[in-house]
Ligand binder design. Structure first.
Ligand SMILES: [Ca+2]
Ligand SMILES: [Ca+2]
Length: 436
């Protein structure tokens, strides 16, 4: 009505309702974009103020010579870093043969206390992986172990039969069974998968028995042959004997795992070695160590490089766009933030399943939209909404390893249908070679 009056004063015709609506819509759009850029500036101002606060707090702490209490190196370990001022870190290492339990790094906080827990160096139990073969018993030692081998076995892990084995067993055989004497078996076949049986005469009948893990094969009751458990129990009622590989041994068997895995406590499975937690990696300081099943990856997170747009790293895995100059459309359409996530999965993971969730804590606009970017990503993934502020990345088909996949999830924020922000999450998925 007001605009109509103004037009009448100037002696012009009143604009149509359509024209009025158009002007109002444009004004609204303009306001929304102003609002977004205003909020953006406020956020960056807030961040800068908090940075300033932190640095002045540090200066103040330095000025008053306030420092955290002195830290001791753990027994059988070392401490790196001498500065005890707020913001500084102290690192701990253990001597070889020991593993660190507690915090590897502690930081002096503004409150002049240390983050984390005082670590201790615990002796590694080398016997945990049952390294002694053929019934040998293991004794744990600092930085090693010793095996007490069962009779007939020798070597650091009791892996080799003793040379006297043949002579000893034939003697026993001759003494116990009497009749069976030392028949001339070739030495190579006798050792160590074939043993003489133990026979006794009961009421005129000969009974022969074998040691555990051996059986009498065929008609010849005087010899015991090793049971090849890997062959016989390959697929038992409780599943496979070994998750990975089975090695038949005289009188028994053992499971083995590929490089990068330890045999699990039950002796059947394979447990990934966490190279990132145990410092068995060679990642340089500027890279992140990502533990994967069967290995690890050294990952370098680099902010996007877009013309006329600059990003700043706000955390080791996040880049945020610096405020854009006014009227730079290319800049304002570039992602406001890019986050990097790394996941490790085993091969052939069942699908469908939710792999990752993307959400926002604070929403400025009225609508959020989620999408998967890139053609390779779309083949395996889709995105679905779990609530108003959360999108879920859904795995559609099982991933066969070994493989590395990258998928980008875009979250767009809209206000009255106008785009006010784009947030990208780049997810790298390391798929292992095996299903463990
Ligand atoms: Ca065997
Ligand atoms: Ca690993």
């Amino acid at each position: 009505m007001c605009i109509g009056q103004i037009h009448r004063i100037y002696g012009q015709e009143c604009p149509s309702t359509q024209e009025l609506q158009n002007s109002l819509r444009q004004a609204q759009k303009l306001l929304a974009s102003h609002e977004a850029s205003y909020l953006q500036s406020l956020r960056s101002l807030k961040r800068k103020i908090s940075q300033l606060q932190n640095s002045t707090a540090r200066v103040a702490a330095k000025a008053s010579d306030a420092s955290c209490p002195k830290l001791e190196a753990p027994l059988n370990g070392r401490k790196l870093g001498k500065v005890l001022l707020p913001g500084h870190e102290v690192h701990f290492l253990c001597d070889s043969g020991y593993e660190l339990v507690g915090s590897e790094t502690r930081q002096c906080k503004e409150s002049l206390t240390w983050s984390g827990q005082q670590p201790v160096c615990k002796e590694i139990n080398e016997c945990a992986s049952s390294p002694c073969a053929n019934g040998g018993s293991c004794t744990d030692e600092v930085n090693g172990f010793t095996c007490a081998c069962a009779r007939g076995w020798a070597g650091p892990t009791c892996q080799s039969p003793t040379p006297t084995f043949f002579a000893t067993t034939t003697n026993i055989s001759a003494a116990t069974s009497g009749a069976a004497a030392a028949t001339s078996f070739p030495l190579t076949t006798l050792l160590p998968f074939v043993q003489p049986s133990k026979c006794s005469q009961v009421q005129g009948t000969t009974h022969c028995t074998c040691e555990a893990g051996y059986t009498i094969s065929g008609r010849d009751t005087s010899t015991c042959t090793d049971i090849d458990e890997c062959e016989v129990f390959h697929n038992g009622p409780a599943g496979r004997l070994c998750v990975h590989a089975c090695i038949n041994t005289p009188g028994g068997y053992r499971c083995s795992c590929p490089a990068g895995y330890d045999v699990s406590r039950d002796g059947r499975g394979c447990r990934d070695i966490d190279e990132c937690a145990t410092r068995q990696n060679n990642c340089t300081r500027d890279r992140l160590c990502i533990n994967t099943y069967g290995g690890f990856q050294c990952v370098k997170v680099e902010c996007p490089r877009i013309r006329n747009v600059t990003y700043v790293k706000t955390s080791p895995t996040r880049c945020e766009r610096n405020p854009c100059p006014v009227d730079n459309k290319a800049c304002s359409q570039a992602p406001n933030s890019v986050s990097y996530h790394h996941m490790s999965v085993v091969s052939n993971l069942s699908a469908p399943r939710v792999m990752f969730r993307v959400s926002t804590v604070r929403m400025i606009g009225d609508t959020l939209r989620f999408a998967v970017l890139g053609s390779r990503g779309r083949r395996h993934f889709s995105v679905q909404r779990s609530d108003r502020q959360t999108g879920e990345l859904l795995l559609l088909t099982p991933l066969q390893g070994p493989d590395t996949l990258e998928v980008e999830v875009e979250m767009s924020e809209l206000e009255k249908r106008a785009l006010i922000g784009r947030y990208i999450t780049k997810i790298t998925i390391f798929v292992s070679q095996y299903e463990f």
